[in-house]
Design a protein around this ligand. Sequence first.
Ligand code: PLP
Length: 484
Amino acid sequence: MDAEQLREYGHQMVDFIADYYKNIESFPVLSQVKPEYLCELLPDSAPNYPEKLENVLDDIRRKIIPGLTHWQSPGYFAYYPCNSSTAGFLGEMLISGFNILGFSWITSPAATELEVIVLDWVAKMLKLPQHFLSSGQGGGVIQGTSSEAILVVLLAARDKVLRRIGKNSIGKLVVYASDQTHSSLQKACQIAGIHPENYRVLKTDFSANYSLDPKVLSEKISNDMSIGLQPFFLCATVGTTSSAAVDPLCSLGKISKVYDMWFHVDAAYAGNACICPEYRRYIDGVEEADSFGMNVHKWMLTNFDCCLLWVKDSGALIKSLSTNPDYLKNKASQENQVVDFKDWQIPLGRRFRSLKLWMVLRLYGVEKLQNYVRNHIRLARLFLGLIDSDPRFEVVAPQMFSLVCFRLLPPPDGQDDGNKLNDDLLHAVNGTGRMFISHTVLSGKFMLRLVVGAPLTEERHVEEAWKLIQDQASVLLGTRLPSP
Ligand code: PLP
C-alpha cells in the first residue's frame, strides 16, 4: 500500500463513480446482455504483470457496465430497493480504508462499541421496546442480510427448545410462517436441520390482504401438538416480499407466548418506514417479539450490506454460536467485560458496517430520513392514481408503503386469464431498458410490482414509467391509449 498512489488512484476512482451517477440515466436499467457475454470479452487467465488503472477502468466502461443492472438508476422499480447515498458511500470508503475485522472487542474496540451505540439509536428511532436495547439482556447486531439474521435466530430458538426437551427431539420441532414469508426462512430451516415436513406454510388470501390469520395459526399449532410435535418458532413479516402485507404482530405474538415459541419479526423492507410516527403502527406488537430484523440497505440510504437485528435475549444467540479457541482468548473477553460480536453471527470475520450507518445518521439526521421514505410513498400513491385513470389496468392489492401491485386486464373475450399478457408486458417494458419492474404471483394471478425506492427517483421518473407501461400495453393489445 503506497499512500500517494492510493491518493492518486482514489481521486480517479471517485471521479469515475461520480461520473457514473451523473450519467446513470443513459444506461439500460436492466442489463440487456446475453449469458456468458463476458467470457468472450476477457482473457481466460489472470495477467502475469501489473496493468494500468486506466486500462482497467476502460474495461469497466466497455465490458462490465453493460453487464450491470443499475439498481441506483431512477428508473429502477423492481424487487425492493438497495439504497446508496453519498454518506453511505463515504462510510464504505472508510470501512475499506481501515479494513479491520471487528470480531472480538479487542480486535477494534471502536467497531464493537459504535455498533452497540448505533443499534441503540435506530432502536429508539423505531421505538422498539426497552428489552432490545443494549442496557438490558438483549441488544442489536449488524448482519449482512436478513437471511443471515433469520438463520441465527432460528438456531438460537432451536437450541433453546432442545435444551429443554432433549437434543434427540429435533424431529419434533415445528416452524410456522405464512405462504408470503420470504424463502430465506425455508433455507434457514434446511440449514438448521428442521425436518422439511415440519415447516408449516400457512395459507393467506386476498380477503385479509395476504396477512397471516392468527386463527389459522392457532388451529395448526393445536393440531401439531395433538400429534406430539413441538411448535417452537414463528416468523411474522411486516412488508412481505410479494405485496408488502403486514402480519398482525399483537395477536401472533400472544399466541407465541402461550406456546412458548420464539417470535421473529422480519421487517426487511417496510421496517424502514416505521421510523415515521405515522407508520410506526405497522410494528405495534413488536413488544411481543424475541427478535426483529430490518435491512437499512434497502430503504435507509445505507449502502449494501447492512441488516440490523435486535434480540431480546442475546444469551440465547451466544449459547448457539459461541466458540472460544485459545488463539482468540483475551483478557477483556475472559473477564466478560465486553461484547464479542463473533458470537452473534455465523462467520468469524466481520466488517465495520456500523461506520456507514453512523455516517448516514449523522450526515442526514432522522427528519431527512423520514422525509425520504415519505416522498417515496407519495410517489407510489401518484402511480396508483395514474393506474386508476386507465380502465385497461387494475390495482391488484392495496398500496402498501411504496409498493403498487397492478396488472393489465385481459381482453373481455374470456380466452386469456391475463397471466401471459402481463408476463409479455413485463418483458416489453423491461426490454426497453428505460425502466425495470418485477412481478409476483398472488392467488394464481401474475402481476406487476412497482416499488419506488431508488434514491434518485423523482416524480418525472414515475410519470415516464407509467407512460412507457401504457405505450407497451397499447402495442400488446393492438389498441390506442384511452382518450383522457
Ligand atoms: N425478508 C423479506 C421480507 C424480503 O423482502 C427479503 C428480500 O427482499 C428478505 C427477507 C431477504 O433479504 P436478504 O437479501 O437481506 O437476505
